[in-house]
Design a protein around this ligand. Structure first.
Ligand SMILES: [Zn+2]
Length: 402
C-alpha cells in the first residue's frame, strides 16, 4: 500500500500506516516478488529442452557458467558457515555492541577500519604525483618496480596499457588480441587525481596487468584470460590493497589486518547465507514446477528459516529468523548471489598464498596459467583446490589475538 504511493505514510518503528494523519488498516503487497521469480523460472525452464547436457538452469548457471558444480559450491559454503570460529566472532560483536544480537546484525559493519591518515593528506600526495592521465601512465612502471618487477618487465607491461580520462569512477578494458592495448580509464579532476580516484585507478591497474599477462604471455590464444571475473577481481583487489605502499605511505593502525579479517569473515557469512537460500529456492522450484506465488513465498520463508537455524542461530543467539529471504537480488538476477561468496573465497585464498612470497614472480606465474577450469587454475596457482580453509585459519588467528 505504501510502496510508490504519495498518499500513505509509513512509520517503520510503530509499523503504522497513515493517510492524511489518520491511521489506516494496511495489508502487505500481493505476492508480486514471488510471481517474478516464478516467471524467471518458467522462462529458464523453457530453455532446458534445448540443452540436453545442461538441462536445468542450475546446471547451466554452475557447471556451465561458473564451471563448478552446484553441490561443490554448496559444500564450500557449508564448510565456512559451519565453522565454530563464527560463533566466537558473534560473541565478540555482542561484546562490542554491549547488547544481545539481533538478526539485522548480520550487516554489522563496526570492523571497517578507518585509516589513520587523513584523506586530505593522501589527496595532496596523489594529486601532486598524478595531475593528468599521462602522469599516471608514466607512474605505472615505477609502481610495478616497487612491487618487484624488473625494469624490462615493467616497461613491457606498461607498453601494453594506455590511460584514458574517464567520466565514471574508473574502468579497465582488456585488449582482445595481441597487438592491441588494454585501457585504464580513470577520473581525474582539474586539481589532479584525488585519493579516491587513485585508489580505484590502482584497482583497475591490477585488472590491466592481469589482462596483459593472460593475453600476451600465453601459448594458445584460445586459452587466453582467466576462468571467470572472480579471478581478475582478485588481482585488482590485490593491487588496490597496496595503494598506500605505492605512494610511500604506511597506515599505522595496528589492528588493521585483524579487523579486516573479522570484517571479511562476517560479511562472507552474510552473503553466503543469502546465496544458500537462493540455491535452495531454485532446487525447490525444479521439484515443484507448478508452484503458485503463494506457495513459493511460504517455501522461501521456510527455507530462509531453515538456513538460519542451521548456521546463524548459534552465531547470533536467535532462532527462526526469516531475514535471509530479503534479498531483491534473487528476483532480478536469479542464482547470481553465490558468485559473490565464490569471488571472496578465491581472492582471500590467493592473498593468503602471496604472503611472504615474491609478489611479482607469483603474479606473473599465476596469471599466465591460461583459462583453465577454476579448480584446476587454483591448484596451479596455490597448490590446492578452492577452499575456505585460508579464511577460517586467518579468522582463527585473528580471534586468538583478541
Ligand atoms: Zn574490478
Amino acid at each position: 500500500m505504501v510502496v510508490n504511493s504519495p498518499d500513505f505514510e509509513w512509520a517503520p518503528y510503530s509499523n503504522k500506516v497513515t493517510k492524511g494523519g489518520k491511521t489506516v488498516e494496511a495489508s502487505h503487497e500481493p505476492d508480486t516478488r514471488y510471481l517474478h521469480i516464478i516467471n524467471n523460472f518458467k522462462t529458464r525452464r523453457e530453455l532446458d529442452a534445448y540443452n540436453p547436457d545442461m538441462n536445468t538452469f542450475i546446471l547451466r548457471k554452475f557447471s556451465l557458467e561458473m564451471e563448478i558444480a552446484q553441490p561443490e559450491v554448496e559444500a564450500l559454503f557449508d564448510s565456512f558457515l559451519s565453522s565454530p570460529q563464527l560463533v566466537k566472532l558473534g560473541a565478540l560483536i555482542k561484546k562490542r555492541l554491549g547488547r544481545d544480537l539481533r538478526p539485522y546484525d548480520i550487516w554489522y559493519d563496526g570492523f571497517k577500519t578507518r585509516s589513520t591518515i587523513p584523506e586530505a593528506l593522501l589527496t595532496s600526495k596523489t594529486s601532486a604525483l598524478y595531475p593528468d592521465p599521462a602522469a599516471f601512465h608514466a607512474g605505472m612502471p615505477v609502481m610495478l618496480k616497487k612491487l618487484g618487477w624488473s625494469p624490462e618487465r615493467a616497461n613491457y607491461l606498461d607498453d601494453k596499457i594506455v590511460v584514458d580520462p574517464a567520466r565514471g569512477s574508473g574502468h579497465a578494458w582488456g585488449a582482445a588480441m595481441k597487438g592491441s592495448l588494454s585501457h585504464l580509464r580513470t577520473c581525474i579532476s582539474e586539481g589532479g587525481m584525488d585519493y579516491k580516484g587513485y585508489n580505484i585507478a590502482v584497482h583497475e591497474f591490477g585488472h590491466n596487468v592481469e589482462q596483459t599477462l593472460s593475453l600476451y604471455d600465453i601459448d594458445n590464444y584460445m586459452m587466453s584470460g582467466v576462468p571467470n571475473t572472480a579471478f581478475t577481481e582478485a588481482n585488482a583487489f590485490i593491487f588496490q590493497s597496496r595503494d598506500l605502499f605505492l605512494i610511500g605511505m604506511k597506515d599505522d593502525n595496528p589492528d588493521k589486518k585483524k579487523f579486516e579479517t573479522f570484517d571479511a569473515s562476517w560479511s562472507l557469512m552474510e552473503i553466503m547465507g543469502v546465496g544458500m537460500v537462493d540455491m535452495k529456492v531454485w532446487k525447490w522450484l525444479y521439484e515443484n514446477p507448478n508452484a503458485t506465488p503463494a506457495q513459493l513465498k511460504k517455501s522461501t520463508i521456510s527455507i530462509a528459516v531453515e538456513v538460519w537455524n542451521k548456521y546463524f542461530a548459534l552465531v547470533l543467539g536467535i532462532k527462526d529468523s526469516p531475514i535471509l529471504a530479503i534479498y531483491s537480488h534473487m528476483i532480478d538476477s536469479p542464482l547470481y548471489l553465490p558468485n559473490y561468496s565464490y569471488g571472496h573465497i578465491i581472492q582471500f585464498q590467493i592473498e593468503e598464498y602471496l604472503k611472504g612470497k615474491n609478489f611479482s614472480n607469483e603474479i606473473e606465474r599465476i596469471f599466465k596459467q591460461e583459462r583453465l577450469t577454476p579448480q584446476q587454475w587454483m591448484v596451479g596457482a596455490v597448490g590446492s583446490k578452492i577452499s575456505t580453509k585460508p579464511i577460517i585459519n586467518a579468522l582463527d588467528n585473528a580471534l586468538k589475538s583478541e
